[in-house]
Structure formats: C-alpha cells, structure tokens
Write a protein that binds this ligand. Structure first.
Ligand SMILES: [Fe+2]
Ligand SMILES: [Fe+2]
Length: 134
C-alpha cells in the first residue's frame, strides 16, 4: 500500500482507515471493475464517516456541524457519480476520463478534509488512540 502523506489524527485505527481510503480511491484508476469497486469504496467511506461521527458523540467533540455536512456532501457526490458511471458502463461507454477526474477530485477532497477537519478538529483531542481532552 502506498502511504499517503496525510496528517495523523492520533488514533491509529482512524489513520489506517484514511490510508486505506486513499489507496482504494487511487487504485480505482486502473480497475477493470471500477463500478463495483466504487460501490465498495462508498461503503468504506460511509463506515469511516460513521466511525468518526460516533467519536464526536462519545467524546462530545465541539463544532462538528459543518464537519458532518461535509461528510454528507462527499457521500452524495460519490453516490451520484456511481450512478452515472453505472449507466455509462451499461452503455459500454469509455469511463477512463470520468474515472481519472473522480480519482483526482476524491484524493483532493480527502486530503483537504483530513487536513482541515479531521486532524485539527478531533485529532487534537487524542494521543496514541487515547482521549486526552483539549
Ligand atoms: Fe476522516
Ligand atoms: Fe471527517
């Protein structure tokens, strides 16, 4: 797995999920089965967001309204793209340009989100996976 240079959120499990999401998204570009794989990525993204949001609840992390809506918007974008790709794939259209753009924009989103939301917002409340408060 190629390790992306993204900030740690000080919870090994979450850092691992971030790396896995990056590598799954990146691998999509060369996938022979991209529609199905995108479906699996959407499930993994959904599970990751749910895991983060469960932490917000459990530790009463403040100011997470925008953070949650960023999660929702990204999931909706991926789902829309999944439907589009699925239609094009059924029509035997070439997906390479769409895929290239999707990978590029998703990697960018993940980087910005991890940098601007995950790490500063809840990462600072943890150390080595333990809650330390702020
Ligand atoms: Fe995250
Ligand atoms: Fe997040």
């Amino acid at each position: 797995m190629v390790r992306e240079n993204i900030p740690s959120v000080n919870i090994p499990e979450m850092d691992e999920q971030h790396q896995e999401l990056f590598s799954a998204v990146t691998a999509l570009k060369d996938s022979a089965n991209c529609v199905e794989e995108l479906g699996q990525i959407i499930d993994a993204v959904d599970a990751h967001f749910k895991a983060e949001e469960a932490l917000f609840e459990k530790y009463q992390i403040p100011n997470v309204i925008t953070h949650r809506s960023e999660h929702m918007k990204f999931l909706a974008t991926l789902q829309k793209k999944h439907a589009e790709l699925s239609t094009k794939d059924e029509a035997k259209e070439d997906l390479s340009t769409d895929l290239e753009q999707l990978v590029k924009s998703s990697v960018k989103w993940l980087k910005i989100h991890t940098n601007a939301y995950d790490a500063p917002q809840y990462g600072t409340f943890f150390k080595d996976g333990e809650y330390i408060g702020n």
